[in-house]
Design a protein around this ligand. Structure first.
Ligand code: HPA
Length: 247
């Protein structure tokens, strides 16, 4: 009877990603922006397939130097990366997610184009508490991806700074200056996703790292210009891909 082939019994896709099981690689590079995912697929991968386009959050799977890798967006902010990273880890058996993003520098000790390999992400977000009953304000990178990124950066003669960063839920805020949590955990830069990615990976026993390019210096307003952006991000993409194929 039709009851026997109930489609819900053999779920082929997850709630927010329409790829079939097996269509996503064990290692996923995750930029915030879907068009950046497409850029990586178009410029760095071979034999590429578009495996999900739900909500225009494109996921692509292809080969980098012969190794299968997937790339797809997280969207912006903790709730969005919380959903996508969770489904990748639990529905697609992904082992490692490397987030590649941009961040704002809180101090002039940083310069635009600096590369940060994130050690811990401190946040006022309640995500880890309400998702996984984890009460810490800081979540750390998980597994060996962080070390592999540091080693790979050396091989490529790229300078990366290992640092804590602030994962903020707020882009626009009333009061200028460095928020208390960023002071408390020595965070020279701010982005909006790493905390949730690390919390999910910690809860699930998976691997996660975050590489950030400093795109703007908040106190001076200096920023990477539109035409410099592509080259700056290509460097980070190469570092993530070269690290990704070792994982
Ligand atoms: N704030 C938060 N996230 C960011 C910023 C910022 O200033 N710049 C790039 N990502």
């Amino acid at each position: 009877s039709s009851y026997l082939c109930c489609p819900f019994k053999f779920k082929m896709m997850s709630v927010h990603i329409s790829a079939k099981k097996g269509e996503i690689a064990k290692t996923v590079l995750q930029p915030g922006d879907p068009l950046r995912a497409k850029y990586i697929a178009d410029n760095f991968l071979e034999d590429v397939r578009l495996v999900s386009k739900t909500r225009n959050i494109f996921y692509f799977t292809g080969l980098y130097k012969g190794k299968e890798i997937s790339v797809g967006a997280s969207g912006m902010g903790v709730p969005s990366i919380g959903i996508y990273s969770y489904e990748l880890f639990t529905e697609y058996d992904v082992d490692t997610i490397i987030r590649i993003g941009t961040c704002g520098g809180y101090t002039t000790d940083l310069n635009v184009f600096d590369l940060i390999n994130v050690d811990g992400a401190a946040s006022e977000s309640t995500y880890a508490k309400f998702a996984w009953e984890m009460d810490e304000e800081i979540m750390y990178h998980q597994g060996k991806a962080f070390d592999v990124i540091n080693e790979t950066a050396k091989e490529l003669a790229l300078e990366t700074k290992a640092a804590n960063i602030h994962t903020s839920d707020v882009f626009y805020r009333k009061t200028p200056g460095i928020p208390a949590i960023a002071e408390k955990y020595n965070c020279p830069a701010v982005e909006m996703e790493a905390f949730a990615l690390f919390a999910n990976a910690k809860h699930l026993g998976k691997n996660a790292a975050t590489i950030l390019t400093v795109s703007d210096i908040i106190p001076t307003g200096e920023e990477i210009s539109a035409d410099q952006r592509e080259t700056a991000l290509r460097t980070m993409m190469t570092l993530a891909l070269e690290s990704g194929i070792k994982l």
